[in-house]
Design a binder for this molecule. Structure first.
Ligand SMILES: [Zn+2]
Ligand SMILES: [Zn+2]
Ligand SMILES: [Zn+2]
Length: 166
């Protein structure tokens, strides 16, 4: 965590920005919740626990700055809420997302599945791909397992009812 904060600090310095205590508190919250996709409001509530004096506007400005510096990516999963997602260190392209339409969970695919597609785009459209957003909407493995379990139980139930009739 500290190493990562130091590298972010250097990145900010490189662009003539300082890692003020408020900015650092915001970065820490993002690092501590790396698996999550937090809205500005979510980040604000968590930062407030560490730095009660901080305001939503400051958190919001910090998130915008971090987005500009490509430390975080801003993403929208179609619910109209902007979420802030820490970019993996050394990743040149943004990771993919699996959004479950049933439970709302968001899983990540770190591996870039688009490299072949990028080559096609570059060749056919003479377009240099710098980044992309790929979000799959569907049913997650947890929900699928639940469905399978439910249908198994239902089959058992109907089987028992059938045998009772005999
Ligand atoms: Zn993500
Ligand atoms: Zn890519
Ligand atoms: Zn699900």
């Amino acid at each position: 965590m500290e190493g990562r904060i130091n590298r972010i600090k250097k990145q900010l310095h490189g662009q003539k920005y300082k890692l003020t205590p408020q900015r650092e508190a915001t970065v820490r919250v993002l690092l501590e919740n790396e698996q999550d996709h937090l809205s500005a409001e979510d980040v604000y509530l968590l930062v407030k626990e560490k730095a009660p004096e901080i305001g939503l506007a400051t958190v919001y400005r910090t998130l915008e700055l971090l987005t500009e510096l490509k430390i975080v990516d801003k993403i929208n999963f179609g619910d109209g809420v902007a979420r802030y997602d820490l970019r993996r260190e050394g990743a040149s392209h943004f990771h993919h997302h699996l959004v479950c339409v049933e439970c709302g969970s968001v899983d990540e695919i770190q591996e870039d599945l688009l490299s072949e597609v990028e080559k096609v785009v570059e060749r056919k459209w003479h377009f240099k791909v710098k980044d992309h957003r790929l979000t799959f909407h569907g049913i997650c493995h947890r929900c699928l397992e639940k469905h399978e379990e439910e249908s198994r139980l239902n089959k058992e139930k109907s089987y028992l009812q059938e045998t009772e009739k005999v």
